[in-house]
Design a protein around this ligand. Structure first.
Ligand SMILES: NC(=O)c1ccc[n+]([C@@H]2O[C@H](COP(=O)([O-])OP(=O)(O)OC[C@H]3O[C@@H](n4cnc5c(N)ncnc54)[C@H](OP(=O)(O)O)[C@@H]3O)[C@@H](O)[C@H]2O)c1
Length: 247
C-alpha cells in the first residue's frame, strides 16, 4: 500500500477504527496526520511513531478544521488520502426524542465531514488528484429502532458521498464511502444488545484500506450483515416496517 499514498489525514483517530487506520497507514510508511479532541491520546500515537503528526481538533469547529488542514499541508505536504471518520453514537428511542442529541449527532457525524471537505476539495482539485473516504454506517441504509439521532446523520453521509463521487471524479478525486457493521470500539462498548458479526478495529481497518487502495466506491462489511440490510433496503416500505417493527 506504500505506493498508493504518501500522506493521509484521519479524523477520529484517537480510538477505535480511526486509530487502527492511522497505525496501519503509519506502519506502511505513510505520513499520517491524526485528529480528534483527545490531545493526550493523539500525543501518545505521535510519540510512538515518527511518521504520525498529532493535530487535535473538534470537527464541529469549522475555522479550526480549516486551520488544521493548512497546518497539515505545511507540515507533511499535500494530503493524498483523507479519512473523515470522527463520529458519535447517541442511542435514542423515539419515545425519548431529544433534539440536542440529534443536533450533536448531525454536527459531528455530518457537519464535521463537511467542515473538512470545505478546504480539502479545492486543494485536491488544484492538485488534480486525491482520495476522500467518508465514514458512514450500515445504520444509514434504512430507519432502525433506537437510532433516531444516529441513523439519519449516517444516511446524510451516504447521500453526500454519492453526490461527491459523481461530481469529483472528473477532477481526479476518488470518493469512497465506508459503511462498517459492528466494530469493537469505545463507541459500541455502551451497547447492551446483540451485535452480530462484531469485529476488531484492526480487522475493520484492513478491510477499509484494502478497499481504498482499489479506489472502491462503497466499502461495507461484514458481508453477512451488509447483505441482510441491503435486502431489507429493497423491501417495500410496508413489509420493511412490519419486519423491523418486531426487532
Ligand atoms: N464501531 C462500530 O460498530 C461502527 C459501526 C458503523 C460505523 N461506525 C463509525 O465509524 C467511525 C469511528 O467509530 P469508532 O467505532 O471507531 O468509535 P470511537 O472509538 O468512539 O471513535 C470515535 C472517534 O471520533 C472522535 N470524535 C468524536 N467526536 C469528535 C469531535 N467533535 N471532533 C473530533 N473528533 C471527534 C473520537 O475522539 P475524541 O473523543 O478524542 O474527540 C474518536 O477518535 C464513526 O464515524 C462511527 O459512527 C462505527
Amino acid at each position: 500500500m506504500t505506493a498508493v499514498w504518501k500522506t493521509a489525514w484521519v479524523t477520529g483517530a484517537s480510538t477505535g477504527i480511526g486509530r487502527g487506520l492511522a497505525l496501519k497507514l503509519a506502519a506502511d510508511g505513510v505520513r499520517v496526520a491524526v485528529s480528534a479532541r483527545s490531545t493526550d491520546k493523539l500525543g501518545e500515537l505521535a510519540r510512538a511513531h515518527a511518521n504520525i503528526l498529532a493535530i487535535p481538533l473538534d470537527v464541529t469547529a469549522r475555522a479550526d478544521v480549516a486551520a488544521a488542514h493548512r497546518r497539515i499541508i505545511e507540515t507533511i505536504g499535500p494530503i493524498d488520502l483523507a479519512v473523515l471518520n470522527a463520529g458519535v453514537w447517541h442511542p435514542m428511542k423515539a419515545s425519548e426524542f431529544n433534539a440536542a442529541r440529534v443536533a450533536d449527532s448531525m454536527s459531528v457525524n455530518y457537519i464535521g465531514i463537511a467542515n473538512a471537505l470545505e478546504p480539502l476539495i479545492p486543494a485536491m482539485m488544484a492538485a488534480g488528484k486525491g482520495q476522500l473516504a467518508l465514514v458512514a454506517s450500515v445504520a444509514g441504509y434504512r430507519g432502525l429502532p433506537n437510532a433516531a439521532a444516529y441513523a439519519p446523520s449516517k444516511a446524510a453521509v451516504i447521500s453526500l458521498a454519492e453526490v461527491l463521487r459523481l461530481e469529483l471524479q472528473r477532477h481526479g478525486i476518488v470518493v469512497s464511502l465506508v459503511n462498517p457493521g459492528f466494530v469493537e470500539t469505545p463507541m459500541t462498548s455502551v451497547n447492551d444488545f446483540p451485535m452480530p458479526y462484531i469485529m476488531k478495529p484492526g480487522d475493520a481497518a484492513d478491510r477499509i484500506l484494502r478497499g481504498l487502495a482499489r479506489g472502491k466506491y462503497e466499502i461495507a462489511f461484514p458481508w453477512q450483515l451488509v447483505t441482510t440490510l441491503k435486502l431489507l433496503r429493497l423491501m417495500p416500505n410496508a413489509l420493511y416496517l412490519r419486519v423491523a417493527g418486531r426487532l
